[in-house]
Design a protein around this ligand. Structure first.
Ligand code: SF4
Length: 206
């Protein structure tokens, strides 16, 4: 349980002076279940134990021996800030207006798009909060080599994540004005057509 037990964690970060590795790199031929993250979420440990108690089987695991019920989808898939990512609304630097508005943290280094974990759903401390909830991007702590690969405050150069260029939202006033303008034009056309039709019906000016 934890990223140190799973992959060697921070002690295995470059240059890994102690040659730290995860348990699965040492123990062979035994059933293993990894529950990484730093810290690991106790809800996922309880989930594994309950699954075994109730069914007599271990839950389905991914290639890193992580239970899929917890690590089968990305943080980005269920993030509360995802609508801002899709709208192209980002925190550009910590403390700016975007940060005050809880915009997406991708540009200040959030690695949620490449991190498989369920903390965006179950959170920590009995559901009180989680890193992105307090304005700090994900550092990918449930992934192998996270300290070297993900724990810095800028997007990955080779992430191949296409952030939307965004700007889809208008203010309510702008949107309302646009509708009004379109409606006004429609009303004007209708009025002109009615007037012309009226004249014809009246027969006055042909
Ligand atoms: S990049 Fe990070 S903050 Fe933005 S939506 Fe994805 S997981 Fe959430």
């Amino acid at each position: 349980m934890g990223s140190c037990a799973t992959y060697g964690g921070i002690p295995a970060a470059a240059p890994n002076p102690t040659d730290s590795v995860g348990v699965m790199d040492v123990v062979k031929g035994k059933p293993l279940i990894n529950i990484p993250a730093c810290p690991a979420n106790p809800s996922n440990m309880v989930g594994v134990i309950l699954h075994y108690v109730l069914t007599g089987t271990i839950p389905e695991l991914d290639s890193l021996l992580r239970p899929k019920f917890a690590f089968g989808y990305r943080i980005h898939d269920n993030c509360e800030r995802r609508a801002h990512f899709d709208a192209g609304e980002y925190v550009e630097e910590f403390g700016d207006e975007g940060a005050k508005n809880n915009f997406c943290l991708y540009k200040v280094g959030c690695k949620g798009p490449m991190t498989f974990n369920n903390c965006s759903i179950i959170r920590y401390n009995e559901g009180v909060n989680w890193p992105i909830g307090v304005g700090r991007g994900c550092i990918g702590c449930s992934e192998p080599d996270f300290w070297d690969k993900y724990a810095y405050e800028r997007p990955m150069a080779n992430a191949n994540i296409k952030a939307p260029t965004g700007g889809v939202e208008k203010t309510v006033d702008e949107f309302g004005l646009g509708l009004l303008t379109v409606a006004g034009i429609g009303i004007g056309i209708h009025a002109a057509a009615s007037a012309a039709a009226g004249k014809r019906e009246d027969g006055g000016e042909y």
